[in-house]
Design a protein around this ligand. Structure first.
Ligand code: FAD
Ligand code: NAD
Length: 468
């Protein structure tokens, strides 16, 4: 029987990063994956394919709407869905092949099949295509089995017309009317993809705000901007059903006034969150305890109640984000090696890849109010940015929240061009506990979108923004 120091179950961003860090630290490491390719949700049916389609459709949208003003004239502009989907497939393949290469490079044994506990130190791997299971012995286990789309019990998802995000990434036609249940991250990224290429898109959201877990100013601005590309929003609506008859889907919801809303379309995406995935692990055999909402219970070291068994990523508490899973993968590997790693969960940024992009880190204004913390706000709109005017991306703003007394930055919330990358400056500043004035006094190259961060910090410091 093969023996390992560490066995990782699941090859998503949590699992493969944990495996690499374990190998770097000198552990004999195995990685078990039941899907034919490595990379988990993120690389196969999540972050990477969605961003590939967001990029393609943004190009089309710009060609359609702003190229003429740039002085570029195109004739016979058309969408080729097969080519768009094939390119996306190529992007996914390059990424998942990259992970396979990294496993080889780091001498990690990749074991294909469903991993399940025999006991706390033995794992059986059943090949997904059938055949005899193999068993391995291991000193430590890292569970990184991720999540799957949450289902609404009263909606039958046939995965052809009433679909999850996985199917929404493979539609090879422009939908006539794409109905989305859930105005969160997945809902709005998918709504953007299809609205940009000409589909009528409706989003039905239960709360009275889009992306309701982020600073509320962001959802408000995003609703206004996405409304301009024709997306119809039904906020504060309680979905009561979604049914399919032939190629027609009907979604019903109760409006805030208690009336019935009925929408007919050709696709309905259900995007109401994701649920931790532990099926097939046979956790009982190892005695691993769960907590509420199907998550694996872990302590501050991400160790379960069973010594030597850890869990990371979407399957444990916290934001369901690839970079959170990655940090946890590194954290656990270093913990097993006897190091004292640290994760600052407050400073894990959240990003929505609509256009303009949305990003936030630290406390939201609503959280500061709730905690009764004295704070000040500095804001800078992209319409006052020379770089944004040059690229015709003048929607959005950067909002900085700083401690009223010490000027320490407590939260940064942005909506605007390329701010998925710009949020890294806010994370760096906050990790070093910078004041708004610290950032305001740093030179930012001109003209860049990043100048909006400096200006918002100037505004927070003493209402000293220069360009507004
Ligand atoms: P996963 O990536 O879910 O990987 C778990 C792996 O474990 C899977 O490959 C699964 O097959 C395997 N597995 C499960 N059980 C077993 C078993 N018993 N034996 C063997 N293998 C098993 N996050 C971002 O940060 N940025 C984004 O832009 C982003 N976009 C997204 C877009 C979409 C459409 C979706 C659905 C998600 C997106 N996410 C994004 C979220 C991100 O994908 C997840 O947070 C991330 O993948 C979680 O990583 P993980 O390692 O915990 O699990
Ligand atoms: P989400 O939690 O972001 O949004 C779900 C939305 O659905 C919420 O706004 C919620 O109020 C609404 N909702 C819930 N029940 C509803 C109902 N019955 N009717 C109408 N609306 C309802 O979840 P998601 O968009 O499904 O994404 C799942 C996870 O994947 C998230 O945790 C997210 O972090 C991650 N993800 C991240 C990215 C990114 O980082 N760019 C992209 C996609 C997904």
């Amino acid at each position: 029987m093969n023996q390992y120091d560490v066995t990782v179950i699941g090859s998503g961003p949590g699992g493969y990063v944990a495996a690499i860090r374990c190998a770097q630290l000198g552990f004999k490491t195995a990685l078990i994956e039941k899907y034919p390719t490595l990379g988990g949700t993120c690389l196969n049916v999540g972050c990477i394919p969605s961003k590939a389609l967001l990029d393609s459709t943004e190009h089309y949208h710009n060609a359609h709407t702003t190229f003429k003003e740039h002085g570029i004239e195109l004739k016979d502009l058309a969408v080729n869905m097969n080519q768009m989907m094939d390119r996306k497939g190529g992007v996914v393949k390059a990424n998942v092949d990259g992970i396979a290469y990294l496993m080889k490079k780091n001498k990690i044994d990749v074991l294909a099949g469903v991993g399940s506990f025999v006991d706390k130190n033995h794992i059986s791997i059943a090949p997904t295509g059938g055949g005899a299971a193999q068993q391995i012995e291991t000193k430590n286990v890292i569970i990184a089995t991720g999540s799957k789309p949450t289902v609404l019990p009263f909606i039958q998802q046939d995965k052809q017309r009433i679909i999850t995000s996985t199917e929404a990434l493979t539609i090879r036609e422009v939908p006539k009317h794409f109905i989305v249940i859930g105005g969160g991250v997945i809902g709005l990224e998918m709504a953007s993809i299809y609205a940009r290429i000409g589909a009528k898109v409706s989003v039905v959201e239960y709360t009275d705000s889009l992306i309701p877990t982020m600073d509320l100013a962001l959802g408000k601005e995003l609703k206004r901007i996405l409304g301009k590309i024709g997306i119809q929003f039904y906020l504060g609506h309680k979905v009561t059903g979604a049914t399919r008859a032939g190629d027609v889907v009907t979604v019903t919801a109760t409006t805030p006034k208690g009336e019935e809303l009925k929408l007919e379309g050709d696709y309905c995406l259900v995007a109401v969150g994701r649920s931790p995935y532990t099926a097939g692990l046979n956790l009982e055999a190892a005695g691993v305890q769960m907590e509420e909402r199907g998550r694996i219970k872990v302590d501050a070291h991400l160790q379960t109640n069973v010594p030597g068994i850890y869990a990371i990523g979407d399957v444990v508490r916290g934001a369901m984000l690839a970079h959170k899973a990655e940090e946890e993968g590194t954290f656990v590997a270093e913990t097993i090696a006897g190091q004292k790693p640290h994760i600052n969960y407050l400073l894990i940024p959240g990003v929505v890849y609509t256009w303009p992009e949305v990003a936030g880190v630290g406390y939201t204004e609503e959280q500061l109010k709730q905690e009764g913390k004295a704070y000040k706000v500095g804001s800078f709109p992209f319409k006052a940015s020379g770089r944004a005017r040059a690229s015709m991306d003048t929607d959005g703003f950067v909002k900085v929240l700083a401690d009223k007394t010490t000027d320490e930055i407590l939260g940064v919330h942005m909506i605007g061009p390329r701010i998925a990358d710009l949020i890294a400056e806010a994370v760096t500043a906050m990790e070093f506990r910078a004041s708004a004035e610290d950032v305001a006094r740093m030179s930012h190259a001109h003209p860049t979108y990043a100048e909006a961060m400096k200006e918002a910090c100037l505004a927070a410091t003493d209402n000293r923004a220069i360009h507004m």
